[in-house]
Every structure is written in C-alpha cells, then in structure tokens.
Design a protein around this ligand. Structure first.
Ligand code: GDP
Length: 328
C-alpha cells in the first residue's frame, strides 16, 4: 500500500487530495498543528481513514518526527497561510509558514529519505499569485514572477527553494503552479465562496446584502477536485518537473456574481452588492490566466468541471447547507 503524507490536510485541497489518494488505495497521513486544533474533530468524523500526525511547519524537528513516523512514499506540502488579504497584515508569519515552511519540509524530506537512494517524492503547492503583475498573457512555466503580496513573495521563495533542492540534492521534487481552484470546501473568506454563500443566504432571507472589494479583478478559476489529480500525476512521472495547472479561461468577479445570483434564483446582483474599501488590497493581481498545455501534454491532465458547472455546484451546495441550518 503506498503511503502519502499531506500538510494542510484540513484545508480545501488537503480534503480533496486525501479523498482522491484513499480511492487510489493509499494509506493517508495528515499533519495537524496546534493544541486542541478546532478543525480536528470534524475532520476525524469526515475522514476516518486519515491518520493525523502532530507537526508544525514552523518547527523542523516536528516535521522530521512526523516523516519518520509516517514513512511516506509521497509528501504533499499544501500547508500555508493561504489568504492573500491576510498576508498583508501578517507578512512575517506568512513568510515563515508559506515560505520558510517549504524549506523546513524539504530539509525533513532530505533527512528522512529524499535523495537518490531513498524514495520520498515531494510536491510543493506553488501558486499563480507568483505571477502577480503579469509579464505575459497567458502565464506558463517560463513566465517571470512578479508577486504583489507577502503571500505571493513567500510562494516564490517556496517555488525557488523546491527547484533548488531538486537540482542540489537530487530530490524528486515537483512544483505545481496552480491557478485559483474553488469548490464547496473553499473557505468563506475567498471571493467565490463568499459570493455563493451570500447568494444562498440572501435567497433564504437570512442575509440582505453582500459587501465586497474590487470587482474588476479577473481569475482563472477551476475546480479543486480536478486540481488534486494533477498534483498526484506530477509525482507519478519518471522525472520531477514543474507544471502550470489552470483552465486557460479567465472570468471577472462580476461574471461570478451574475451566474451565482441567477443560480440562486435572484434576478439582479446589483441590488444586493455594496463595495467597501476595507476589502480592497494595497496591491492587486488583476489578470490571471494560465496556459495548462504542458500539464495536458505531459501528464494527460484535463479538467472535468467548467466555470458554469463550478458556480452551480457551489451555489447548490450552499443553498442546501443554509437551508438545513435554518431547519435546526
Ligand atoms: P486570491 O486570488 O487568492 O487572492 O483569491 P480571493 O478569492 O481571496 O480573491 C480573488 C479576487 O477577488 C481578488 O482580486 C480580490 O481583490 C477580489 N475581491 C473582491 N472583493 C472581495 C472580497 O470581498 N473578498 C475576497 N476574498 N476577495 C475579493
């Protein structure tokens, strides 16, 4: 039975990946940080087949112990301070966990068994936020980085150090440059889930307005369930490499609002949406669109859920969840 170790296990991608690897016959270990982590209880109920192992990306010895215990064939580093807006307020913490955390994980892999004679394969969750103020359209694996937030800067470090450890120590280390990926498990702080959840609540009469920031930004939004397949595929290749994972389409926040409110059965989103400067960011990433050709050609990866289907899935899920909450 192959063994996988995942950091960020309680996050959106950790959950999708655990489910996917379990269906492939993996024994799945997930790293859990903190004393009395509030997410642990619900996670254990939903994912009884995942063995949780204590550890923290800020603490190298804990990572070494966790890997010694799990003895994984594959390590997926999905753990991070992942919310761009928060990274402006907590830049040092973000750099430590999202950036230096990658270095610590790579060191642990190297110490426990990641070089030529050993076996651990390593996946780093890189991000389209590294492209930031984009230098070309669409963005591919060779597009220069220009991050626009402390989160983006930390992800650039994580990406570069992954490439460096691959080249320096012959570790089987891959970096997936994933564009935004969403779904019903996305945190409510991210714009897509904030909208799908608000549309559902407004429809059900428990909320009357939605307060937003910049509506002009455009993103290349895919479905998280499709994207974790690409992570796994990267680690099944003969040689490690870096790949952009994206849909190749870009949509505005206004388009997301239009589809989401229509799916909830509300006629015009303008009636409910108000903008507030507090949701604007000091610097913004305006136009992300990825070129997934390499992932398609070399990994045979394709997405299964398109943009309208993604919005539909999220709104329907939130309508169900909010309706059942009302009944309680
Ligand atoms: P990101 O791409 O990782 O930053 O994902 P987000 O979902 O947090 O943000 C996507 C885009 O939506 C950014 O350009 C935000 O500025 C924009 N946006 C506009 N209003 C909001 C809002 O109320 N919340 C969030 N999270 N983003 C918003």
């Amino acid at each position: 039975m192959p063994r996988a170790f995942i950091t960020g296990i309680t996050g959106q991608d950790g959950q999708h990946l655990a489910e996917f690897l379990h269906s492939k016959g993996y024994q799945v270990f997930g790293m859990l940080k903190g004393q009395n982590n509030p997410r642990a209880l619900q996670f254990r109920d939903e994912f009884p087949y995942v063995e949780l192992v204590p550890g923290d990306l800020a603490d190298l010895p804990s990572l070494v112990s966790a890997l010694e215990y799990a003895q994984p064939d594959e390590v997926y580093n999905l753990g991070a301070i992942s919310f761009v807006a928060m990274s402006f307020g907590q830049a040092e913490l973000t750099s430590n966990i999202t950036g230096l955390g990658v270095l610590r994980m790579l060191e642990a892999v190297r110490m426990v068994g990641g070089t030529q004679n050993n076996k651990i394969r390593f996946y780093q969750a890189s991000s389209s936020e590294m492209f930031g103020k984009v230098r070309e359209v669409p963005q591919n694996e060779l597009t220069p980085f220009h991050p626009r937030s402390p989160y983006g800067c930390a992800k650039v470090f994580g990406h570069d150090i992954t490439v460096n450890y691959r080249e320096s120590y012959d570790i089987f280390a891959c970096s997936g440059i994933l564009f935004n990926h969403e779904g019903p498990r996305r945190g409510l702080e991210f714009v897509t889930r904030k909208i799908s959840n608000a549309a559902a609540r407004i429809k059900l009469g428990v909320q009357d307005e939605l307060v937003m920031g910049n509506l002009d930004a455009k993103r290349d939004w895919g479905f998280a369930g499709d994207y974790v397949r690409a992570m796994w595929l990267m680690l099944q290749q003969d040689a490690p490499d870096d790949y952009v994972v994206a849909t190749g389409e870009t949509h505005s926040i206004e388009e997301f609002l239009t589809l989401a409110f229509a799916e909830a059965g509300l006629d015009d989103w303008h009636r409910y949406v108000r903008q507030d400067p507090k949701f604007f960011r000091p610097a913004e990433v305006d136009f992300l669109i990825g070129d997934p050709k390499k992932a398609q050609d070399k990994l045979g990866w394709t997405r299964e859920v398109d943009f309208p289907a993604l919005v539909r899935m999220m709104v329907r899920h939130d309508l169900e969840v909010e309706a059942s909450r009302l009944k309680k």
